[in-house]
Ligand binder design. Sequence first.
Ligand code: SF4
Length: 252
Amino acid sequence: MKGFVFYRGPSEIDGEPIICIATGIEDGGSNSKTGPMVQIYILRADQSPLQAAQNGADVSICGTCPHRGRIVRDAKTGLLSNVGRSCYVTLIRGPRVVWDAYSRGVYPDVPLAKARKLLARKVVRVGAYGDPGAVPIKVWKSALGLVADLTGFTHMWREVPELSAFCMASCDSEVDRVLAKALGFRTFRVRTKTEPKLSGEGHCPGSAEMGKATQCAVCMLCGGNRTNAKADITIAAHGAGKRNFERNKEMA
Ligand code: SF4
């Protein structure tokens, strides 16, 4: 089995149809940053992630994440497009590949009890794309109950503080970090290359600025309050949205 769908239902954000797909069940996939981990994708169920990012339907799986970009309509053609997207995820890679496989029927639906068994003793990345806050918290509690270890990240730390149990709060400023910590989260703060590391933060050892010294599958510092680690993590903007991240910060 290459992967499976373990949630198919309404988004907690706007009620639109979404799916959760676990991939890399047998070999952990080939992500060079994370190393071998089961990758969980949260996608719209009714359209490709590329389409959803262009028409704004990705709000169902990303919420108010500031890295989604703005949707603008061309005055002449009436077509919608995305401007200023600063998300690090390259949609044309993992999300598109997973969507295409899903559309071909590669991933069977499995009940939560079976998902829990299939994920048992695995090392899991929650939210290779999409925010865990879009999915009912009871789904996570059930599906992830027997995993060996996990990493998780959410921009929905204001709305779903229960996610602090296994997710880092994705933060984009010092103020974000203060607020997220007040809600009980450990934080994962993305900064521009000129912004300093703050007290209580450690550099992500898998980052380019740290020479990609390790991979998530070995490090496993980003499991929210599930890990014994106390430090918060910071990383310089990276990935597909790096340039827009720097530009958006300059304009803020
Ligand atoms: S701190 Fe560790 S687990 Fe977190 S993103 Fe960096 S390498 Fe991955």
